[in-house]
Design a binder for this molecule. Structure first.
Ligand code: ASP
Length: 312
């Protein structure tokens, strides 16, 4: 099975347009199906999550790749990570501006370097040496995200979670965490997780959230769980959120569902964090808890239609 998220945040039911909601649902459904096809054809969990996150990066509805939010300075700085539960191999890039698909760069770091994380220009040079596509920074720009930045600047607000706000999205685009992620369990019981983001609207240049940090926004270990997070990155870092789910399963004997809920409601929330996570274990159990009003999400078991959700 595969599960996806497209970010979490505040719902604005008054301004929600049926058309936008349909667009989100269709995108989540189609991308889940493409992950399911890989798994149905005997593909592994790592390939399924990489493909799903690459497609989410290509979809302008979500805050990763095309459609990434703007920094305070008006640019895009992207972060991504991937982890293979078979070996606990991991790769990540942060603060990249010209790599078309940061998730492919994270995977290249994992597979073609002895390291786990590359930042900024060094990450880009590494990715281009691996043959990955280069784009101009404004390749990622969309008018919606630009308006979001203008609203954040006008409100003199701090950094905003991508889905936390108020416009024509089912989840207000100014007040949401539009990070994307995927977790999967393949037919061999292998787990994998991948996460990719533009970060938070109006973030300062150089700010890095949880998404590219292994153990915070992404984690996978066949022995426990695969997790991808979305929300207030600073709090997910401080709680080591993704690894904390694994630790509660491994050491406290909690079920996947109990462990995931405990992190989201008893650790993230008291520290002022908003958001959620998706998690899967090797038995194919899935949990998708969030403490915000909504989280774009989907679950697809091979052979079944995807189950797509937005609201509570
Ligand atoms: N967690 C991401 C960050 O802090 C934001 C998000 O989930 O949308 O960069």
């Amino acid at each position: 099975m595969i599960a996806l998220h497209g970010g979490a945040g505040a719902l604005s039911s008054q301004t929600m347009s049926a058309e936008k909601e349909r667009d989100y649902r269709q995108a989540l459904d189609a991308i889940t199906r493409s992950g399911q096809t890989i798994l149905a054809d005997g593909g592994n969990a790592l390939d399924a999550v990489t493909q799903a996150v690459r497609l989410l990066e290509e979809c302008p509805l979500f805050n990763a790749g095309i459609g990434a939010v703007f920094t305070h300075q008006g640019a895009h700085e992207l972060d991504a990570s991937v982890m293979d539960g078979r070996s606990r191999s991991a790769g990540a890039v942060c603060g990249v501006r010209h790599i078309r698909n940061p998730i492919l760069a994270a995977r290249a770091v994992m597979e073609h370097s002895p390291h786990v994380m590359f930042t900024g220009e060094g990450a880009e040079q590494f990715a281009f040496r691996q043959g990955l596509a280069r784009v101009e920074n404004d390749f990622f720009s969309t008018p919606e995200r630009y308006q979001q930045l203008q609203r954040a600047l006008a409100a003199d607000g701090g950094a905003l979670l991508d889905h936390d706000g108020a416009a024509a999205d089912p989840i207000d685009p100014d007040r949401k965490f539009g990070t994307v992620g995927a977790v999967a369990c393949d037919s061999q019981g292998n787990l994998a997780a991948a996460t990719s983001t533009g970060g938070m609207t109006n973030k300062q240049a150089g700010r890095v959230g949880d998404s590219p940090i292994i153990g915070a926004g992404c984690y996978a270990d066949n022995a426990t769980v695969a997790v991808s997070c979305t929300g207030t990155g600073e709090v997910f870092i401080r709680t080591a959120a993704a690894h904390e789910v694994a630790a509660l399963v491994a050491y406290a004997g909690l079920s996947l569902e109990q462990a995931a809920a405990r992190v989201v409601f008893e650790q993230i929330l008291p520290l002022g964090g908003s958001g959620g996570l998706i998690a899967v274990d090797a038995a194919g159990h899935v949990a998708l808890p969030f403490n915000s009003e909504g989280m774009y999400r989907a679950v697809g078991y091979v052979g079944q239609a995807p189950d797509v959700g937005i609201y509570r």
